[in-house]
Design a protein around this ligand. Structure first.
Ligand code: ZN
Length: 270
């Protein structure tokens, strides 16, 4: 994925505070170690004013926080520590996570289904949000001048992942900046569901980016900084770290640790 690493400037557009590290943290660590400049811009990193949705309050409880605590502030600090461990810079977007948002009809966007998952409750009017996200992505691109853009492929169909992916694709569209989509982890361990790409775009062949053991280890160490999220993702019997290892190594003939990304093919290119 990362040739000429000393001239590489990677900008990873992450939906939430942890997605980039979980999905491509080893590749980012290796790029930084090889002399590249790595920045992770997390779109849904903003704080929200209470009152919070029942879903948000239940997540706060599972994360070990009080119902009305400024969880995004806590999570931003986790992210700074995690990215620092990878040798990457951080930028934190202003948008609140879906658990804090309402749909135009005034209902909470997500509700808690009693288990660990959230389900979309009402239609998402993404137009204004997508425009605002594109505006902010353009600003970060202008600042970082990336030679490679990364974002998620949106496996699992989370609305925040889908809008981040599509905003990044549309922003990158006319700029000629190479772009790759990462396999969303840990969600891809359990699911292959993903929404179609915007019209005129399709995935190219998957690329398994193999990393050195040191980069794999650095990723796993960085993940441990996301303590609030690990309380859910690595809960009882989940064995998150072992599952990520097994998932990566089972995709590779010789069992090396790797992270999967896809290029995006534009139909007009063909
Ligand atoms: Zn996410």
């Amino acid at each position: 994925m990362l040739q000429d690493a000393d001239r590489t400037r990677i900008l990873a557009i992450s939906p939430h505070l942890d997605d980039a590290v979980l999905s491509v943290g080893a590749s980012l660590a290796q790029a930084a170690r090889d002399g590249g400049k790595v920045t992770v811009f997390t779109v849904f990193a903003g704080s929200a004013a209470p009152p919070y949705s029942p879903a948000a309050e239940r997540f706060h409880a599972r994360w070990g926080l009080s119902p009305t605590e400024d969880a995004p502030l806590r999570r931003r600090n986790e992210d700074i520590a995690a990215l620092d461990h990878l040798g990457a810079d951080h930028r934190h977007g202003r948008f609140p996570d879906a658990i804090y948002r309402k749909s135009p009809d005034g209902q909470w966007l997500l509700h808690h289904d009693g288990g660990s998952a959230v389900r979309q409750q009402s239609p998402v009017n993404n137009h204004d949000l997508a425009s605002a996200i594109r505006h902010d992505i353009e600003s970060v691109i202008a600042e970082c001048e990336p030679t490679l853009l990364l974002t998620c492929v949106a496996i699992g169909n989370h609305p925040d992942h889908m809008v981040t992916r599509d905003a990044t694709l549309l922003t990158a569209g006319g700029r000629g900046i190479p772009l790759r989509l990462w396999q969303d982890l840990p969600y891809a361990v359990y699911s292959s569901n993903m929404a179609e790409l915007p019209s005129g775009l399709q995935l190219g062949s998957p690329d398994l980016s193999f990393v050195q053991e040191e980069a794999r280890a650095r990723k796993f160490q960085a993940m441990k900084h996301y303590a609030t999220q690990l309380s859910v993702l690595d809960g009882p019997n989940k064995n998150l770290f072992a599952r990520l290892e097994e998932h990566a190594r089972s995709a590779s003939p010789d069992g090396g640790y790797n992270e999967t990304t896809w290029p995006v093919i534009r139909h007009a290119d063909q």
